[in-house]
Every structure is written in structure tokens, then in C-alpha cells.
Design a protein around this ligand. Structure first.
Ligand code: GLC
Ligand code: CA
Length: 546
């Protein structure tokens, strides 16, 4: 079913997010690198993922884990040489996998030569590449994102004696996208990596490119102009590439980032994520149904990206104050687990290490509309270390085996970029790839199975979504349809067994085939269709007309 040259490949794909530094260390310096990652491509291929999303691998002072870029045309020496990167790309492509990289251009590092030049003097030719002011009271209506560390979006530059604008850390000055030279330069950066073979970009922090007085400085029409410019250049010069937007906004505000199919191919669906966690905790389908019903349709060529966890905190920006309190109470009782407006924990531990709940969340990830994005380590149920500061607790080394440094590196353990998780529950002796490979019943084996099922049909990536409305609100049920295929997903969100009756009259005569076991269930008739579900259990049925 894989079609290599399909420009819509991203609609059927399974994405996997990883940090090169966290994956595999080939030269024993304690930091993962491209030659190391190359040796793990077979693992990723076997897992069944189609596209790797690499976190920033550029030269950087690492004050925001590489999201503070000091050179857009090179890779950090810790990760290897350009040649290593090329070799990795080729090897991924040889296995039919694609690779997208980070485009972090709302801001640069303050160590970037552009900023160093811009701050040198007010007359510098690069001065206008950044956003300066003599006072710190402009754009007052823009919120502060990194609430735990920043007091203002303006920072004082003692060198040129002026304030510069930054939406994130104060060491990340925002580029000035009103300046056409900046746009041209960013296109040059994109073109450079695309020519090298990158398959696209996850574009960081897109709502904040342009500032205007009297606005929130988010989602401005001028920002969309910039994005359409970059997309136009992309389409004129390359085929089958993808742009994925990080716009942490409500669905109605994300919708414009797809444009008329002329901005982003994909955008993350941020609000669905916390609502999946809320629904299992509340044992109620309402949060999921409501947000999906509030999600506007998107152009045919576009796609949502959905995820359960990523390299950041589990963000609670797109929920109400009450919902946020609820999430904190239920999922971050220890205040150490909180950061900014979110929770810095991993999937398995958020689910209390209950395997059935982890499976349930993955079932939703792989069956709701959109392209699923797996966060590295969650496929084996890794835990986090909330004592590591910032969001580092969810960025620890991948746990490959039960031996020295979890098989991640042969360096001295003290030398690793971050300590490996080592507690008896989530530590590498208990949770690792090698031992899960040996068991058909492991989470890893189960993940391979669900990924295989997901990839067996286009209905999941392309199909429509219709909710059923059974009386039992602890059960979530929906139909996915694409061409002549129909899938029914029924999920028990609760910790106890549930019975449900579904109105399946539109499908009368069809036979539900349970997809994991390929068993036929009773034929659908006129009467309500009864099902019983064990705690946290779910069914994926293909509705087959015979
Ligand atoms: C994005 C990244 C986050 C980073 C921020 C600033 O939100 O996901 O990790 O800190 O941008 O670049
Ligand atoms: Ca290394």
C-alpha cells in the first residue's frame, strides 16, 4: 500500500520523534550522535515508523536544548560531521523512511553571528534583522510563554543600549520577519536542507513571527503572508516535502495555518491531547467529542498531527482554568512534575504504569483522525526524572538493554549528557528494548502490532469521523470511513467493565471483524448492537459487507 511518490504520503504515515543526543552514542563521549542513530534505523524500521522527526541538531549553546540555534547551515559537532548526517539520511531513505528536521526561525540564539552583528551598533547592516525598541512597553498585549523564567518579552542589550524582543527565553531574540532579507535568508536555509535530502520541517513557534501594536502578536495576517511565501518557494522548487506547524492554539486559530492548502501540509492538534488524558481520568467521552466537534474541516491535502507526549511539558495552554486545575490535581500531584503551564512527565508514568491504559491511549492516538506522532521511549514505556530541571526529565537516554548505560553508550555513566532512568520501576533494568523484544506480550511487541494495523488501511489517515452517541457516556465510539472502507472504534474509558448498545442501523447486514484477532462478530441487524468491554478495553472493527 506504500506509495513512494505519493505527495500525500504524510497522511498515511506514522511519525516518530527523537533527539539524536538521546538515541545512541557511537564514540563513547556520552552524547548520542548520527553514526549511533544509523545503527538504530533497523529498530525503527521494524517498529514500523515511516518518518523520523529529529529535534534540533544544529550548533547551539544549548540553553534551550538546541532550540537556540547559532548556525543554520551545519550540525553540532557533538552529533558528528555533515558527512555522518548525509550517510544517516541515505540509510533512512534506503529503508523507505523519511526524515524531517527542525526549522526554528522565530528566534535565534543570542550567540548567533547575526545577533552579535546586529547588537554591535545601531548602524549595523544586520540591525534590522531583529526587533529593537528604546522602551520595554511596546506590544504589551503579548502574553509571556515561559512563565517560570521570564518576566517580560523585552530584554535589555547592554552593548547597543536598547531592548530586543523575545517570545521565549531572553537568550532567544526574535527575528524580524517584516524585513524581506530575513525571509529570503530563511528560504535559503530551507532550500539548503531540502537539497541535501531532508523531507521537510517541523516549524517551531509559527504563530509569533510578526508583532503589531494593539494585538496579542499571535496568528497575525502578516505572519500568514510570510508562511505562504515560504510555501510558495517550497512548491516551486521541491516535490513531496512536508511542512508541519507547531501552533499551540485553538483549532479555529490553527485552521488558517493550512490556508487553502497553500501554507502548512500538517499542523499539530494541541487541544485534543490534554482532553484524551482528561477523558480517561474522568471516565467520560465528553472532552474528546467536544473538541473534535469544535475542529473545523481542513483542505483535502492537509492533515492534523496528533500526539500524546513530546519533548516539552504536557502543555495545558489549550484548556480552561478549571480543566487545568483538574489535570494538575490528577496528573501532577507532586509540584515538581509541573513546569510553565504544563506537566513534565512521560506517557507510561502518567498512566500509572497500567499497561491497559497505555494501550488505550495509543489506540486513540492511532485511530483518531490525523497522523500519529510517537515520542521516543514511549513505545517501551519509559518513565521520567522530574528532578532534572527544565524539561530534561523526559529527554533521558533511550533504554536499549539492561547492561552498561542501558546500551546507550560505553562512556562512564558520569559522563552521559543526562543520567539514565535507573529506579526499579521505570529504570533500564526493568524497561528496555532488548527484553521487550524477547516477549510477544511486551508493550513494544504490542506497539508493532498496532502500528502494523494502522498502516494496513488508509481509513485511519484519510477517513472521515462520525461519533456515535450511546447512552453509556463512559464509552467512546466512532466510525471512520474512507472510500469503501468503514471502521468502528469502541473504547471503554473507565476502570470497570462496561456494557453499551450502539445504534448501527446504517450498517445493517454488515459483519464486524475485530481487527487485532481477525474474528467475526455477530451480524449487525435492526436492533441496538450490544457490546461488553473489559476495563480500559477497546475494539477496532472493520465493518464488512458480505
Ligand atoms: C518550541 C519547542 C520548545 C522550545 C520553544 C522555543 O515550543 O517545542 O522545546 O523551547 O519552541 O524554541
Ligand atoms: Ca557521541
Amino acid at each position: 500500500m506504500r506509495t513512494e511518490d505519493d505527495p500525500l504520503w504524510y497522511k498515511d504515515a506514522v511519525f516518530y520523534e527523537l533527539h539524536v543526543k538521546a538515541y545512541s552514542d557511537s564514540n563513547a563521549d556520552g552524547i548520542g550522535d548520527f553514526p549511533g542513530l544509523l545503527t538504530k534505523l533497523d529498530y525503527l524500521h521494524e517498529l514500523g515508523v515511516d518518518c523520523l522527526w529529529l529535534l534540533p541538531m544544529y550548533p547551539s549553546p544549548f540553553r534551550d536544548d538546541g532550540y537556540d540555534i547559532a548556525d543554520y547551515y551545519s550540525i553540532h559537532q557533538n552529533y558528528g560531521t555533515m558527512e555522518d548526517f548525509r550517510r544517516f539520511l541515505e540509510a533512512a531513505h534506503a529503508r523507505g523512511m523519511r526524515v524531517i528536521i527542525e526549522l526554528v526561525v522565530n528566534h535565534t540564539s543570542d550567540q548567533h553571528p547575526w545577533f552579535q552583528e546586529a547588537r554591535r551598533s545601531r548602524e549595523s547592516p544586520l540591525r534590522d534583522w531583529y526587533v529593537w525598541s528604546d522602551t520595554d512597553d511596546r506590544y504589551k498585549e503579548a502574553r509571556i510563554i515561559f512563565l517560570d523564567t521570564e518576566k517580560s518579552n523585552w530584554a535589555w542589550d547592554p552593548v547597543s543600549k536598547a531592548y530586543y524582543w523575545h517570545r521565549f527565553f531572553s537568550h532567544q531574540p526574535d527575528l524580524n520577519f517584516d524585513n524581506p532579507a530575513v525571509r529570503e535568508e530563511i528560504w535559503k536555509v530551507m532550500d539548503y536542507w531540502l537539497r541535501m535530502g531532508a523531507d521537510g520541517f517541523r516549524v517551531d513557534a509559527v504563530p509569533y513571527l510578526i508583532e503589531r501594536e494593539g494585538t496579542s502578536c499571535e496568528n497575525l495576517v502578516e505572519t500568514h503572508d510570510v508562511l505562504r511565501f515560504l510555501r510558495r518557494r517550497l512548491d516551486e522548487n521541491h516535490a513531496n516535502k512536508v511542512l508541519l506547524a507547531e501552533a499551540n492554539q485553538w483549532p479555529a486559530d490553527v485552521r488558517p495555518y493550512f490556508g487553502e492548502g497553500n501554507e502548512f501540509h500538517m499542523a499539530f492538534h494541541f487541544p485534543i491531547m490534554p482532553r484524551i488524558f482528561m477523558a480517561v481520568q474522568l471516565e467520560d467521552r465528553k472532552p474528546i467529542v467536544e473538541i473534535m466537534e469544535r475542529t473545523p474541516p481542513i483542505p483535502e491535502s492537509c492533515q492534523w498531527a496528533i500526539f500524546l507526549r513530546n519533548h516539552d511539558e504536557l502543555t495545558l495552554e489549550m484548556v480552561t482554568d478549571e480543566e487545568r486545575d483538574y489535570m494538575y490535581d490528577e496528573y501532577a500531584k507532586d509540584p515538581k512534575g509541573r513546569i510553565n503551564l504544563g506537566i513534565r512527565r512521560r506517557l507510561a508514568s502518567l498512566m500509572g504504569n497500567v499497561r491497559r491504559r497505555v494501550e488505550l491511549l495509543n489506540s486513540l492516538l492511532f485511530s483518531l483522525p490525523g497522523t500519529p506522532v510517537i515520542y521516543y521511549g514511549d513505545e517501551i514505556g519509559m518513565g521520567e526524572n522530574i528532578y532534572l530541571g527544565d524539561r530534561n526529565g523526559v529527554r533521558t537516554p533511550m533504554q536499549w538493554g539492561g547492561g552498561w548505560n542501558a546500551g546507550f553508550s560505553t562512556a562512564d555513566p558520569e559522563q552521559l549528557y543526562l543520567p539514565i532512568i535507573s529506579n526499579p520501576v521505570y529504570g533500564y533494568a526493568a524497561v528496555n528494548v532488548e527484553s521487550q523484544r524477547r516477549s510477544e506480550d511486551s508493550l513494544l511487541s504490542w506497539m508493532k502490532e498496532i502500528i502494523r494495523l494502522r498502516r494496513s488501511s488508509r481509513v485511519f489517515g484519510r477517513g472521515s469521523l462520525e461519533f456515535l452517541n450511546p447512552e453509556n457516556h463512559r464509552v467512546l465510539a466512532y466510525i471512520r470511513r474512507w472510500e469503501d472502507e468503514t471502521v468502528l472504534v469502541v473504547t471503554n474509558l473507565s476502570r470497570s467493565a462496561q456494557a453499551v448498545e450502539l445504534d448501527l442501523r446504517p450498517f445493517r447486514g454488515a459483519i464486524p471483524i475485530e481487527m487485532f484477532g481477525r474474528n467475526a462478530f455477530p451480524r449487525i441487524g435492526e436492533r441496538p448492537y450490544p457490546l461488553t468491554l473489559a476495563p480500559y478495553h477497546f475494539f477496532w472493527f472493520q465493518l464488512r459487507r458480505l
